[in-house]
Design a protein around this ligand. Structure first.
Ligand code: VG1
Ligand code: CO
Length: 543
């Protein structure tokens, strides 16, 4: 093995977003592009030298090419061992679990999550630290600074290794262990949930479907749902991971997982449907003709966690990203536990989880998780719901309605305006910021603005401050309008508008979400002049 030092030129656009660096595949295929970013990671994560790195991805186009490059760079940079998923696969939560279990110094996950894959679509790379969670902003910022001045990187001249078979291979002084990507994760799940109880429910005729959307969760869901829990073969739909996800968006929502939604519609033979995204950290839960919003899902989990084996001692606290509905706040209030509001992105939950301040956390964007790993976890949420249904012996709809009856309902929706011109999007945010002061106290019909601000978060553990995390317009009755720009897109900008209204009256909890939110939707448009500025009269994706 020879270590080569290759000359390179910096690229100006390697600033990580909400979750790692995401770009079109062609951008990553530029000379030394991936290598520059990886070398910068290895330099910032100096603790990797002489220690173990975990490596895997969601199986999208360019995954295995990138893995072979990273392995040779790891060997050249003095990393002593790499645990890499067989066929290059590791879901995001499984990577987190493996980092923690084997006390690795960090991990690299190759994914652009729910973004489409293929030669003309997206690729991504993110670094997780030794707690198993996404690197904090201080780390990603240091990596970005290095990418702006990088002049060379290190790589060995080894041949590609065989990723098809599990086992050990040597690359110079470095050991590469190709591991089964599923087994450690599946074992962890079996300790958190009562698999026997779920199996008994399935054996008694409870039928479900899980849509893996041709992404990474296929092998995980087959192993757990079909092999361990006895669900019939075919329970996992679209179970083969494909480089282009079969041409679809591996994004588990009512729009992109419509095949699953149709199976659960009308008079259905199924009682439960679920889906996950490209890298397996998101989840969607549906019952027969019934959709559970991710914000409600988090609140229901918090209210019931003590019933499940992994959480039988209760939960220490909860956290939600700022745009996520306040449904979970009401549960925390009743339980008398801490409730934190963090900026969007899982990296903000890490410190709270490490300090045992929270046990559960979640985001409106179909993400929930607990202290079992440091990432959101799609299949974990599915198993949580299955275990809860087995305990309560009630339908998904009954469980949600009973929750609303007790805590009230937070009508909630997100309106996305995708791929709009970046200058236009920045202009909208700028103008909103300038108006903040004048919003205070204004009245629109019954709605009075209590507070309007640009969300700023101070981490209670390390004191770090994150500014400009979204415009919040909060009304006196608990209604909210939030605006922020996406940090995961690869084309133009995406404006996200989050809308929420609280309804404690049980006789009014059966309304249509978009109708219930109509006044707020109008106001949101009016405040930001979305129609005038983008030329669009409705959002592109409504979830
Ligand atoms: C989106 C979601 C955010 C999530 C992030 C990564 O970010 O809103 O809640 O943490 O995706 O999820 P943004 O900046 O586009 O709004 V995943 O499953 O794509 O890693
Ligand atoms: Co994801």
């Amino acid at each position: 093995m020879n270590i080569l030092t290759i000359e390179s030129q910096p690229y100006p656009d390697q600033k990580p977003g909400t979750s790692g660096l995401r770009k079109k595949v062609q951008v990553f295929q530029q000379a030394h592009y991936l290598q520059n970013f990886v070398q910068s990671i290895f330099q910032v994560a100096s603790n990797l030298k002489g220690h173990t790195l975990v490596l895997g991805g969601d199986g999208r186009y360019y995954n295995t090419t990138a893995i072979q490059i990273i392995l040779k760079m790891a060997a050249a940079n003095g990393i002593s061992k790499v645990l890499v998923g067989q066929d290059g696969l590791l879901s995001t939560p499984a990577a987190s679990a493996v980092i923690r279990k084997y006390k690795a110094a960090g991990g690299i996950v190759l994914s652009a999550s729910h973004n489409p894959g293929g030669p003309n679509e997206d690729f991504g790379i993110k670094f997780n630290i030794s707690n198993g969670g996404p690197a904090p902003t201080s780390f990603t910022e240091a990596v970005y600074q290095l990418t702006r001045e990088i002049r060379e990187y290190h790589i060995t001249d080894n041949d590609d290794i065989d990723l098809k078979h599990c086992g050990n291979v040597e690359m110079g002084a470095m050991i590469i262990e190709v591991i089964d990507p599923v087994s450690d994760y599946a074992e962890l799940m079996s300790h958190l949930f009562d698999f026997n109880q779920i199996q008994t429910m399935i054996e008694s005729g409870f039928r479900l479907r899980f849509d893996a959307m041709h992404a990474v969760t296929g092998p995980y869901a087959r192993n757990i749902l079909e092999h361990r829990l006895g669900a019939e073969p075919g329970t996992v739909m679209n179970a083969e991971p494909l480089e282009d996800f079969g041409g679809g968006h591996p994004d588990p929502n009512l729009v992109h997982a419509h095949e699953l939604v149709e199976l659960l519609s009308g008079i259905s033979e199924f009682s439960f449907g679920a889906a996950s995204d490209g890298d397996g950290d998101r989840n969607m839960i549906i019952g027969n003709n019934f959709f559970v919003t991710p914000s409600d899902s988090l609140a229901i989990m918090a209210a019931n966690a003590h019933l499940l084996p992994g959480y039988k001692n209760g939960i220490s606290g909860v956290a939600r990203s700022m745009p996520t509905s306040a449904a979970v706040d009401r549960v925390a209030d009743m339980l008398g536990i801490e409730c934190h509001e963090t900026p969007t992105g899982w990296k903000f939950f890490g410190n709270l989880l490490d300090a045992n301040r929270i046990t559960l956390c979640g985001e409106e964007s179909f993400g929930s998780g607990s202290d079992h790993v440091r990432e959101k976890d799609g299949l974990w949420a599915v198993l949580f719901w299955l275990n809860l249904i087995a305990i309560k012996q009630k339908s998904v709809e009954q469980i949600v309605r009973e929750h609303w009856a007790k805590f009230g309902r937070n009508y909630y929706s997100r309106h996305d305006y995708e791929a709009i011109d970046s200058d236009v999007a920045n202009g909208i945010m700028k103008q909103l910021r300038q108006q903040l002061r004048s919003f205070q106290g204004q009245q629109f019909g019954d709605l009075i603005i209590q507070l309007a601000d640009d969300f700023c978060y101070t981490d209670p553990i390390d004191g770090s401050i994150s500014e400009h995390q979204g415009i919040r317009i909060l009304f006196e009755d608990g209604s909210r309008i939030i605006y922020r720009l996406s940090g995961t897109g690869t084309e133009g900008a995406t404006l996200r508008v989050y809308l929420e209204k609280y309804e404690p009256d049980i006789s009014k909890q059966d309304g249509d979400t978009q109708q219930e939110l109509a006044t707020l939707i109008d106001l949101a448009n009016q405040f930001a002049a979305i129609r005038e500025k983008t030329g669009r009269s409705v959002a592109d994706v409504i979830t």
